[in-house]
Write a protein that binds this ligand. Structure first.
Ligand code: URA
Length: 436
């Protein structure tokens, strides 16, 4: 099969056959000797970006990408296996909270997460700010963690969906990331390989998200549910607001502190509510309880401290220092804090999550390229969220810094990251849509 013919089919708006998709995915997984060059792969990616895919094509692409690597079989571990995945946001530390809560309710949570890129953070980076914590478990160690703790939090192993690694790297540099079929196949091929039966998707929508509009976010959520279901995975999806950062703490070690506080019952309302809702969906998908009962169970695990205890065990099991749970001074700390004040009084009407994420990145807390290192200590605490009033000399952002040469750049970004008004904004819901 000639690559040019496959590209032409899609370029002209046709439907790719299974054999054509197989050839494309095989070439992405193992380019040498396939007859496909990188320019063939990228031309087809662009054709897919422009012409789209039918649900059947997307479902088959997803399956083929999952089959391009190893698929974990966790059937020997007792209990229902359910994971959660977010499309990425700012201050989104829900995984650190809902994983332990769901596990405390009897769900087995084999969580494979990613690293932060651009303005959005990543679960692995947050966890690695805990001294000693490793996200690089062998498969045997991962299985032990799941049996003993009910929760394992690791990075994707190299042999999971190798086709996605090639394709994602090409999409990243060829303006083809924002394609709903390609995002769907990328996310679900990796999740199908985890050995789970259920997946809760948190599709973020708004200024700090990939999907800026409600329509696009809903379309992605629908595609994830349909394609997951077509591949035998039970998928539940929520579309949630990502205009302002979630919670108040943004930055790796700071987000661990806020997650622990939330598991202790002292978290901010938005973060607590979203974590509880997503964990309840996991409990439902696991078949442990339905609807209101699932939420009750999760709230009980929060109130009793059972979720916190699972997190403590998880940290210990993965080599981390569990003393951070009772003493957050054991986490890496910035060398100083600098207040950002507005100089005017008013109600905060908006905080731009993307700009806050970018400010953390320029301080060294995030990455421009996948291979960049990060500073776990730096970050920003949002002292006043939309709806709250600030006086002219009150701190709006508390910048946690380690003498970065980029401090003035970060401050300039922050000065553009909020709006004040004479009245509080009307309340907007955090959960915008619930699917399946
Ligand atoms: N996350 C992924 O894993 N893949 C995408 O394509 C987009 C977000």
């Amino acid at each position: 099969m000639r690559p040019g013919d496959v590209i032409q089919t899609k370029r002209d708006g046709g439907e790719l056959s299974r054999a054509q998709i197989d050839a494309f995915v095989a070439a992405a997984a193992r380019p040498d000797g396939s007859g496909w060059e990188k320019y063939h792969l990228t031309a087809l990616l662009m054709a897919i970006y422009l012409k789209g895919m039918t649900p059947a094509e997307t479902a088959y692409l997803t399956w083929a990408m999952a089959e391009s690597g190893t698929r974990l079989d966790l059937s020997d571990i007792p209990g229902p296996k359910v994971d959660k995945h977010s499309t990425g946001g700012v201050g989104d530390k829900t995984s650190l909270i809902l994983g332990p809560l769901a596990a405390a309710c009897g769900v087995v949570v084999p969580m494979m997460s990613g690293r932060g890129l651009g303005h959005s953070g990543g679960t692995l980076d947050k966890l690695e700010s805990i001294p000693g914590f490793t996200v690089h478990l062998t498969e045997t160690q991962f299985r032990v963690a799941l049996r003993k703790v009910g929760l394992g939090m690791i990075g994707q192993t190299v042999d999971i969906a190798p086709a996605d690694k090639t394709l994602y790297a090409l999409r990243d540099v060829t303006a083809t990331v924002e394609s709903i079929p390609l995002i769907t196949a990328s996310i679900l091929s990796k999740k199908l390989s985890e050995g789970i039966s259920g997946l809760v998707m948190d599709v973020k929508c708004g200024a700090g998200a990939f999907m800026k509009t409600r329509e696009r976010a809903r379309a992605l959520a629908e595609s994830l549910v349909a394609v997951g279901t077509a591949n035998g995975l039970h998928v539940s999806a929520l579309v949630t607001a990502m205009d302002a950062p979630l919670g108040r703490y943004v930055g790796n070690a700071l987000e661990v502190i806020e997650s622990i506080e939330t598991l202790k019952g002292n978290g901010p309302a938005d973060l607590t509510e979203l974590s509880v809702k997503l964990a309840a969906r996991m409990v439902e998908l696991a078949g442990i309880a339905d609807g209101a009962n699932a939420e009750k169970k999760v709230r009980a695990a929060l109130a009793s401290g059972a979720g916190l205890e699972v997190f403590r065990k998880c940290v210990e099991q993965q080599g981390g220092d569990p003393r951070v749970i009772d003493d957050d001074s054991r986490l890496p700390r910035a060398t100083g804090t600098v207040p950002f004040v507005t100089g005017t009084a008013g109600y905060v009407t908006a905080i731009d999550a993307e700009k806050v994420g970018i400010a953390v990145r320029v301080l060294g807390g995030g990455r421009n390229r996948a291979e960049d290192g990060i500073d776990h200590r730096v970050g920003i605490i949002v002292r006043a969220k939309p709806g709250e009033y600030v006086t002219a000399d009150q701190t709006l952002f508390e910048v946690h810094d380690c003498g970065s040469a980029n401090m003035s750049r970060a401050m300039a970004i922050l000065s553009d990251a909020y709006t004040l008004g004479e009245a509080p904004p009307s309340e907007s819901p955090l959960v915008l849509e619930e699917l399946a």
